[in-house]
Write a protein that binds this ligand. Structure first.
Ligand code: PEP
Length: 251
């Protein structure tokens, strides 16, 4: 059975002391709570080691927000999948729209990153989603299908089963404009069908597909109630413990 998951994406926010404080707060809020989902925080590279030391891995999973498309070598400023894994992190966000948009990430580089993450025991949280223009011109199903096919369909069924997917309509990220629960469900069902056509029903049914884009405590319940929405990737609201927990407890 696929898991329900709520994952925070802190993006480029908080200093190390601020991040450790926030992680401890979230960890504490989870103590003694019987939540119905896995909870993960994805934090800046600089925060991985101290945050890993500050949290209980049984309560709170830890991930990075990116990794390099090479194993090691002369790539100044990059952080590799083995380096991320060596911090104790278990997850890595890959293909976030901000990386695609501002840092020119393509399906080709993402394919490399996914392979390296898996090789190093990291679970990719792989993001896909259309921009506003593609939503408006009706090409959004084709766009999302192409993103999945190009970066992920080289994987074996066994490797694909290790992924978490996150559908994040770019027009809803950080804009306060959420996709309606029906829009999310429609796309999530389409993504699941796309997986089924390639890898079969069992793999499709077992893949967690998260929704991301201005998810908040006030809309999380309706989104998570949809049969193909298995949780959320949370940006802004993950920087505040009360808001983040409001989403976690929406399950
Ligand atoms: C994100 O960046 O993954 C995201 C969903 O951001 P926000 O929740 O702030 O829209």
């Amino acid at each position: 059975m696929r898991k329900n998951i709520v994952a925070g994406n802190w993006k480029m926010n908080t200093t190390v002391p601020e991040g450790v404080k926030l992680a401890k707060e979230v960890n504490k809020a989870l103590e003694g709570q019987d939540v119905n989902c896995d909870v993960i925080i994805c934090v800046p590279f600089t925060h991985l080691v101290p945050v890993n030391d500050a949290i209980d891995a049984n309560k709170l999973g830890l991930g990075a927000e990116n990794c390099a498309d090479h194993r090691s070598g002369a790539y100044t400023g990059e952080v590799s999948a083995p380096m991320v894994a060596s911090t104790g992190a278990k997850y890595v966000i890959l293909g976030h729209s901000e990386r695609r948009q501002y840092y020119g990430e393509t399906s080709e580089t993402l394919k490399e990153k996914v392979g390296l993450a898996l090789e190093n025991g990291l679970t990719p949280i792989f993001c896909i989603g259309e921009v506003l223009e593609q939503r408006e011109d009706g090409s959004y199903f084709d766009v999302v299908k192409k993103q999945i096919e190009e970066a992920l369909f080289n994987l074996s069924a066994e490797d694909f089963s290790k992924l978490i997917l996150a559908y994040e309509p770019v027009w809803a990220i950080g804009t306060g404009k959420t996709a309606t629960d029906d829009q999310a469900q429609e796309m999530h069902a389409f993504i699941r069908k796309t997986i089924e056509d390639k890898y079969g029903k069992e793999v499709a049914e077992n893949t967690s597909i998260l929704y991301g884009g201005s998810c908040k405590p006030s809309n999380a319940k309706a989104l998570f109630a949809k049969p193909d929405v298995d949780g959320g990737l949370i940006g802004g609201a993950s920087l505040d413990t009360e808001s983040f927990m409001g989403i976690v407890t929406a399950f």
